[in-house]
Design a protein around this ligand. Structure first.
Ligand SMILES: Cc1cc2nc3c(=O)[nH]c(=O)nc-3n(C[C@H](O)[C@H](O)[C@H](O)COP(=O)(O)O)c2cc1C
Length: 210
């Protein structure tokens, strides 16, 4: 089991291991590295965001998505149903052009998507919004025209280390956290020499803190 969602440091890694996970996946944290190929203007928007700037909206494609709060997302939140459908139709057309698909192919995919789920045609149409709007921001750097998906931890991240620096930092934090646990364990239980986390350390491939 790989734990995912909300992890950004070594403390989270140790916590997930303590819960029995084999490891963690980090999305937003690795998006915000100097190695990530996302345009700098986009990274700057993420770095500037605080926890209040990350919201959940259903207005992009009818499903809940967590993303940075921008003027566009605010406008989507305010927009009515017909504006949403018109936008969805435009995005479906653009998606069709860029993917080289025929309208018949797009309708076939839509039917497959509808099958077994109780989706209306307008929901199927809205599904084209997400890839087009994500791409506009994350690939083309148009923070005004696109949406920026973001984990809740986005509000807590304010630097752009390289991936190598980040992994080293996470491991150092994990070691430091594990090193503190025996002291915490002694304080809380009063037991002598409480090395409380050897299993956790082994699962992480970390040296057992002595
Ligand atoms: C740029 C970006 C794109 C994402 N795209 C999708 C997606 O297409 N579908 C999806 O289910 N989740 C998507 N997510 C959400 C992530 O899968 C994940 O649930 C979320 O980022 C929380 O994990 P984190 O705290 O490690 O970032 C995306 C997240 C980011 C940052």
């Amino acid at each position: 089991m790989i734990a995912a969602g909300g992890f950004r440091d070594g403390r989270g890694l140790v916590a997930a291991l303590a819960y029995g996970a084999a490891g963690v996946a980090m999305g937003t944290r690795f998006l915000l590295t100097s190695d990530s190929t996302v345009p700098d203007a986009v990274k700057a928007r993420y770095l500037a965001a605080g926890v209040q700037d990350v919201i959940v909206t259903t207005k992009v494609d009818g499903l809940p998505h967590r993303m940075l709060r921008t003027d566009l997302v605010d406008a989507l939140e305010r927009s009515g149903r017909s504006a949403a459908l018109l936008r969805a139709f435009r995005h479906a057309s653009a998606f069709r052009r860029e993917s080289g698909m025929s309208w018949a192919g797009l309708v076939r995919d839509g039917l497959a998507m509808k099958h077994g789920k109780q989706l209306t045609w307008s929901q199927v149409l809205l599904a084209a919004n997400t890839p087009m709007l994500l791409r506009a921001a994350m690939v083309d750097g148009r923070t005004d025209l696109g949406v920026m998906a973001c984990g809740q931890v986005g509000g807590l991240i304010d630097d752009l280390p390289s991936c190598a620096e980040l992994v080293e930092r996470i491991m150092a934090q994990a070691h430091a956290t594990l090193g503190r646990l025996p002291t915490l364990s002694r304080e809380h239980s009063g037991a002598a020499g409480g090395r409380c986390a050897p299993g956790v350390a082994q699962r992480a491939g970390l040296a057992d803190p002595q």
